[in-house]
Design a protein around this ligand. Structure first.
Ligand SMILES: Cc1cc2nc3c(=O)[nH]c(=O)nc-3n(C[C@H](O)[C@H](O)[C@H](O)COP(=O)(O)OP(=O)(O)OC[C@H]3O[C@@H](n4cnc5c(N)ncnc54)[C@H](O)[C@@H]3O)c2cc1C
Length: 448
């Protein structure tokens, strides 16, 4: 099932007088995730258009999973039984200018939300590399952008409406029940169906994006903090060859005191003279505008443009979160693996993320640096490399991205996630029989 067919089927479901129905996957292709590396274990997908439909469906199913935009690379979203899609529930419900919040329905993507929010004079604090993903799915897996003062995308959430296993609606709020809320936001799809999310907003802002080429690794090593603090959001892209960072992306807010003043050479790297793709051989047409061109926050914070294929398209991804104080050590440890890693690698991205208080966030109570790998779509080769990388970053208690490929053992996950027992208890309160649990959750969380 390709993306176009998936979207067409949902459009057809919406047009139908009986919107509420199970889409038996009649096509020849099976339902897959965005990358195509995961074939889901059932083709039964129900699309809901209202809270009541979600409640009815949840009540009648023994087991189910919610599908967001299917951008995870592992089986976190998989189900053997049934899927629920909130794709038709993609509206902005309310903006509260006084409280500085926006409430959205559970199926909306950032690509849908952000231009609307900007047109009303508001912005989110940060975005991932792509706007194509759903807000609920991104928050559920602690999806992040970059910026040492920016928490992951889930840190913007201040309220959740969830349909739990018995079909009841539960409203959780950061203000009213901060502890429970901190446990629920990065919920890995385990608590129920998120039908509404309330997010913090701020006045809309403008940005400029600059790319530098060929930053010597030695400069990064000696000036990591200065480089990371040069912009609101900073990304480093490297193929680990030639002791250099191929591209340094600096996304800068234009307000007084925050603007990055581009100079031709920055720590030995040269200012690019054309728009670039993180994988230099690919067309920059898919990327957000660079070269210091002024633009709104939602067209500069992501690397990739809505309506275009993000990243490489045919790929796998893995990512590890390392406590910020070990950033340089961890980067150098991975660099030593360059000869092993490079044949399977498309590009590595290094980002920073601020600490948060969300129980299952890899940045729980620690500022982090992330080392990300965009791999060629060769799982046999990648699956052999992951344990090698994980061994190198294990001394730093590295945590894997919940939505990407990893081989870290459940026992290790349990060791490095101190709040896991509390999360299990919280999940069981909302879903005592494990209606929303699947193989991924049982292996990595509930049976760990
Ligand atoms: C090209 C590409 C670039 C990426 N860039 C980044 C990046 O910059 N930073 C980053 O951190 N990650 C990145 N990712 C990873 C990805 O964005 C996240 O893993 C995110 O979770 C995907 O959201 P989704 O809606 O597609 O979730 P899905 O894969 O559909 O689902 C993820 C989980 O969320 C649950 N879920 C989804 N919607 C709901 C709901 N309404 N209620 C309850 N549970 C729900 C699912 O059941 C599942 O458990 C990237 C992925 C791709 C393919």
């Amino acid at each position: 099932m390709n993306k176009r067919t998936f979207i067409k089927l949902f459009a057809a479901a919406l047009a139908s007088p009986r919107v509420m129905r199970v889409l038996a996957w009649a096509g020849h292709e099976r339902l897959r995730n965005w990358a195509g590396n995961i074939e889901y274990s059932t083709d039964r997908v129900q699309a809901s258009t209202s809270l009541e439909q979600v409640q009815d469906y949840v009540k009648t199913q023994r087991k189910l999973k919610v599908l967001g935009t299917r951008h995870c690379f592992n089986n976190i979203a998989d189900s053997k039984d049934a899927f629920l899609s909130l794709k038709p529930m993609d509206n902005v419900i309310a903006i509260d200018p006084a409280k500085r919040t926006v409430t959205v329905a559970g199926g909306i993507t950032y690509g849908q939300l952000c231009p609307y929010l900007d047109s009303k004079g508001f912005a989110l604090h940060n975005l991932a590399s792509l706007p194509h993903i759903s807000v609920a799915g991104a928050c559920s897996t602690a999806t992040h952008g970059s910026g040492e003062k920016n928490g992951n995308l889930a840190t913007a959430a201040s309220g959740l409406e969830i349909v739990i296993a018995d079909g009841k609606v539960v409203n959780l709020s950061r203000e009213r029940a901060p502890e429970t809320f901190s446990g629920a936001v990065v919920g890995l799809g385990a608590l129920g169906v998120i039908t509404k999310v309330t997010l913090d907003i701020q006045p809309s802002f403008m940005m400029r994006q600059y790319v530098y080429e060929n930053l010597p690794l030695s400069e990064l090593k000696d000036h990591f903090d200065a480089i990371e603090s040069s912009g609101y959001s900073v990304s480093l892209f490297t193929d680990w060859q030639k002791q250099r960072i191929n591209e340094l992306w600096i996304k800068s807010r234009v307000e007084e005191g925050q603007a990055f003043h581009a100079i031709p050479e920055f720590f030995g790297a040269k200012l690019a003279t054309r728009n670039m793709h993180p994988i230099a051989a690919l067309s920059a047409e898919n990327c957000t505008e660079q070269m210091g061109v002024l633009g709104p926050w939602y067209e500069r914070l992501p690397h990739f443009r809505m309506g275009f294929t993000p990243s490489a398209g045919k790929e796998l991804q893995s990512e590890y979160f390392v406590p910020r104080q070990h950033a340089v050590e961890a980067i150098l440890a991975v660099e030593r693996l360059r000869n092993q890693v490079s044949p399977s690698l498309l590009i590595t991205e290094i980002r920073t993320i601020a600490a948060d208080n969300l129980w299952m966030s890899p940045c729980y109570q620690q500022d982090c640096v992330t080392i990300h790998f965009t791999w060629k779509p060769d799982w046999p080769a990648v699956s052999k490399l992951l344990p090698v990388i994980e061994r190198e970053v294990a001394p730093f208690n590295a945590r894997p991205h919940w939505g990407k490929l990893f081989t870290i053992s459940p026992a290790e996950l349990k060791r490095i996630y101190k709040k896991m027992p509390d999360f299990i208890e919280l999940s069981k309160r909302h879903d005592p029989q494990g209606k929303f649990r699947n193989e991924y959750l049982n292996k990595n969380i509930f049976d760990a």
